[in-house]
Structure formats: structure tokens, C-alpha cells
Design a protein around this ligand. Structure first.
Ligand code: FMN
Ligand code: SF4
Length: 461
């Protein structure tokens, strides 16, 4: 069936729309009748005729990796629920979407909520869960309302509630609104918050949610987009799904591009089938007029920055930034990560000190304060970069900044410590000269970007 999209919203020819098939589509609304009219909830009917273990096997075969940040295979995670478990099992949909540069989940919740609910019911059935939650950030009140309405619509059709489709399977889904904190996106902080407490992340081990999650019961936490993929895996079968994308990087994913491009926005692509160059130059219409690329942060603000003039080694090939395939393994091999899919493009008009300071301000504000290196260090990093941006820093400040970052990294309870320190570590490794120049009158203007070739290897790991 041919689909018409709203004016100016046509997918780019390099896109492969699956999760975003109905986003900004002419004549589409988030109601259940529209969804049912296009085969909605057929995947659920199919799943309910299968054994839970068969569904899990399909998701494993599909190889879908989590779209929330860490890229962990969903089917493998589900398999971590202890086999002899006698406690209730919970499912939590992580709809916190708080990583700067990421703006995909909200479109799904606003425009295609039943795709998510269908994925959640299938997942709950597969893992033996009867109570599921959608933890949604406070800043999405409209999406929370839409989801609540969609759950009631699904209940009226017997897709949610008691004795779903006459199978004897019961499931309640609750929408829980957060209070607006980045750390509530971290799965164990989220769980604490859901339990009504301050969202202090828990130490892993032992608190891996699949074994000891909500109320210390086995809990699967998956991102909104990941759960939507489950609907499609059931529809097409794990093997067919795995043909999308590239080996070990299967399926599609939504890339959110922001920053210095002509046409920022979202693009759903087969994972690894599009390069950074295609994304920026073709899909986003290129850089702003008269500008050149300085750097890209490829996976949300926590990801390590890539310099435009670096060369990267990928499977014995030397490649430029433009040739990096946008997939989990390639971006990791280039010293960064695919993360949450938020691609932030930085052109030569930007002061690196200013960009870093902006990021440091975010992490200093969002640290939950539970552990000292992160609580104190994130604020120190902000204060030092404040000074540099104000032209009041000394060249030593850059080294101090770097040493603070490396003293947070690896020494904290949760991965926020890395999220906060990686930007500073990588910006300094790759733009040390520019940052130093910003601290000294004698150096000002002496350094023009891009200055020197700094390989990703110069990062202390
Ligand atoms: C500081 C921090 C913030 C996070 N924020 C989010 C978020 O907003 N949304 C999300 O889905 N995952 C977020 N994550 C990742 C979650 O902890 C978790 O890995 C994810 O929800 C699992 O889902 P997935 O396997 O489907 O990706 C965050 C992680 C950290 C360390
Ligand atoms: S690393 Fe930061 S955000 Fe995470 S628990 Fe420690 S203080 Fe809180």
C-alpha cells in the first residue's frame, strides 16, 4: 500500500521506515481503529498462539539490540530472568528519553502508541509478566495522556486486562510519570523512582534488574523503540528481521540529527547501511552554507566526540569520518558509540570550549549526588569549563579538567560517571590545542581549527 506523508515529511530515499512508518503520515491518527485498520495487534494474536519460549527465541534470532543506549541484545536480556524464579516478573518501558540529542520515542508515543502497547503485551507474555509500567519523563505530559487513552482503548478490545484474547493471560499496564531527572532514565534509578524513592541508582552487581529489579523481583527494562521492534519481529519472524541491517547490527533504528546541518530531524535507517557522510550530506542536506565539519558526537551527548579530520581503523581499513557506517560495532571501533541514536553535528563556527561547557553544565545539573567523584567532579568540570569559556582560564586548567574527568570515569555507582566524563576526556584528547588556546592571550588566534591530526588512539582508556 502506498503511503502519503504530510507536506515536507516524506522519508528520504535512504530511509527504511518500519517503526516510523506511520509518523507524520497523512490521514493517520493515534486511535486504535486506525491501527487495527492496518493489521494492528495481528502480531499479538500470532504471539498468543506461540509458547513464551518460542517468542523469546524469535527475538534472539532477530538479534535486536537495545535502542536506549547500551545496545544490549533484547532476547539475551530477557533470558537473564532466573529460570527457577517464583517471584512476580515486571516489565518496564523506559520512556524517559532524556539523553541530549535524542528525540525519537516521543514521536512513537504521540503518533503510534498502539505499536508500543502491542510490543509491550507480547514482551510481557514472553517473559511471564502480569504488571507492566511505562515510565515516562515529566516533560511529556501530552504523551502520557495519549498512552493512558491508548491503554483504555486496548483494554476495551481485550488486548490488555484480564484473559487477553481468551488465552487466560492477564496484564495491566500503568503509566508512571517521572518528576524530570535525567538519572531516572538509568534503569536502576528509574526502578527506585518507580518504588517511590529518590532515584539513586543501584550497584550492579548484584542489582541487575533482570534478576533483582522492581521490588527486588525480576524486571525487564527496555526502551520504547526496542519494544516496538518486538511487534515487527513477531510480524515478520526473527530470521526475516535479521536480514535487515548488517550482521550483529540488525534491524532498523531511528537516528536523530541535531546541530549544524541544513535539515535536522529523524531518519529511520537499516542499521549500518548508511554512512555518516550519507546521513549528513544527503539525508540532512549537508552542513550550513559556507561551513565545514569540525566534529560529530554520534550517540547522544555522552558519546565520545569524533573529529572531522581523524582517520579511523575499521576491520583493517583506514576510513574517514564520512565513511563510518552508522552501527553499534563500527562506532565502537572508531572509539565512540551508537548510544541512543542522537547525532550532534558541530561545524567550524563552534568554539569547542563552548560546546564542552554546555555539555558539562548538563551533567553537573543532573548528577544525582550519590557518589562523591560524580557529585563533586561534574561540578568541578563545569566550573573549570565556565572559566575557560569566560576567557579567565589558565593553560593548566585544561590538564586539571582532564584529570578530574579520569578520576570520575570508572569510579562511580552508575554509568552516569562515564556519561559525564567521556565528553571532557574526548574533547581534550582531540581538541587540546584549541582548548589551551582559549585560556591564553598569547595563544589566541594562533590555532585555527582543525589544527592537528589526533587519532582516537590518543584517548586514555
Ligand atoms: C545516565 C543514564 C541515562 C539513561 N537514560 C535513558 C533514557 O532516557 N531512555 C532509555 O531508554 N535508556 C536510558 N538509559 C539506559 C537504561 O539504563 C537501560 O539500559 C535501557 O533503558 C535498556 O533498554 P534497551 O535495552 O531497550 O536499550 C540511560 C542510562 C544511563 C546510564
Ligand atoms: S555516578 Fe553520578 S548519577 Fe550515578 S549514582 Fe553516582 S552520583 Fe549518582
Amino acid at each position: 500500500m502506498s503511503i502519503t506523508y504530510k507536506a515536507g515529511k516524506n522519508p528520504h530515499p535512504l530511509e527504511h521506515r518500519m517503526i516510523f512508518r506511520n509518523i507524520d503520515r497523512e490521514g493517520w491518527d493515534p486511535g486504535i481503529e486506525t491501527y487495527l485498520g492496518e493489521g494492528g495487534y495481528e502480531s499479538l494474536r500470532k504471539a498468543m498462539a506461540m509458547a513464551p519460549g518460542e517468542i523469546q527465541a524469535q527475538v534472539k534470532t532477530a538479534g535486536v539490540r537495545g535502542r536506549g543506549g547500551a545496545g544490549f541484545p533484547a532476547g539475551v536480556k530477557w533470558g537473564f530472568i532466573p529460570p527457577n524464579n517464583t517471584k512476580p516478573v515486571y516489565l518496564i518501558c523506559n520512556a524517559d528519553e532524556s539523553e541530549p540529542g535524542t528525540f525519537k520515542d516521543r514521536y512513537i508515543m504521540h503518533q503510534d502508541p498502539h505499536q508500543l502497547i502491542e510490543g509491550m503485551v507480547i514482551t510481557a507474555f514472553a517473559i511471564g509478566c502480569h504488571t507492566a509500567y511505562i515510565y515516562i519523563r515529566e516533560e511529556f505530559p501530552f504523551a502520557a495522556k495519549i498512552l493512558e487513552g491508548a491503554i483504555e482503548e486496548a483494554r476495551a478490545k481485550n488486548f490488555v486486562g484480564r484473559n487477553i484474547l481468551g488465552t487466560g493471560f492477564d496484564l495491566e499496564i500503568h503509566v508512571h510519570r517521572g518528576a524530570g531527572a535525567y538519572i531516572c532514565g538509568e534503569e536502576t534509578g528509574l526502578i527506585e523512582s518507580l518504588e517511590g524513592k529518590r532515584p539513586y541508582p543501584r550497584i550492579k552487581p548484584p542489582y541487575f534488574p533482570a534478576a533483582m529489579g522492581l521490588y527486588l523481583c525480576p524486571t525487564i527494562v527496555n526502551n520504547v523503540e526496542t519494544l516496538c521492534h518486538v511487534t515487527h519481529i513477531l510480524k515478520m519472524g526473527g530470521e526475516e528481521y535479521a536480514k535487515l541491517g548488517t550482521p550483529n547490527n540488525t534491524g532498523t533504528r531511528i537516528l536523530c540529527v541535531s546541530g549544524d546541518v541544513q535539515k535536522p530531524g529523524y531518519f529511520e535507517v537499516q542499521v549500518g547501511k548508511v554512512t555518516m557522510g550519507q546521513l549528513i550530506n544527503e539525508m540532512c542536506g549537508g552542513l550550513r552554507t559556507g561551513r565545514t565539519l569540525k566534529a560529530v558526537i554520534p550517540g547522544g551527548s555522552s558519546a565520545k566526540v569524533l573529529r572531522a579530520d581523524e582517520t579511523f581503523k575499521l576491520k583493517d581499513r583506514e576510513i574517514s569520518i564520512w565513511d563510518i557506517p552508522m552501527d553499534f560495532d563500527s562506532l565502537a571501533a572508531c572509539g565512540s558509540m551508537a548510544g541512543s541514536g542522537g547525532v550532534i553535528v558541530i561545524d567550524d563556527s563552534r568554539s569547542i570550549a563552548w560546546v564542552l561547557n554546555n555539555i558539562n553544565a548538563f551533567y553537573a545539573h543532573e548528577s544525582c549526588g550519590q557518589c562523591t567523584p560524580c557529585r563533586e567532579g561534574s561540578l568541578w568540570m563545569k566550573k573549570i569549563s565556565d572559566r575557560i569559556v569566560a576567557g579567565k582560564g589558565s593553560p593548566d586548567d585544561v590538564d586539571t579538567l582532564e584529570s578530574v574527568a579520569y578520576r570520575i570515569d570508572g569510579r562511580t555507582i552508575c554509568a552516569f560517571g562515564e556519561a559525564a566524563s567521556w565528553p571532557t576526556e574526548s574533547f581534550i584528547a582531540k581538541f587540546r590545542d584549541e582548548l589551551k588556546a582559549a585560556t591564553s592571550d598569547s595563544l589566541k588566534g594562533a590555532i585555527v581549527n582543525p589544527e592537528t591530526k589526533l587519532a582516537a588512539a590518543s584517548l586514555k582508556v
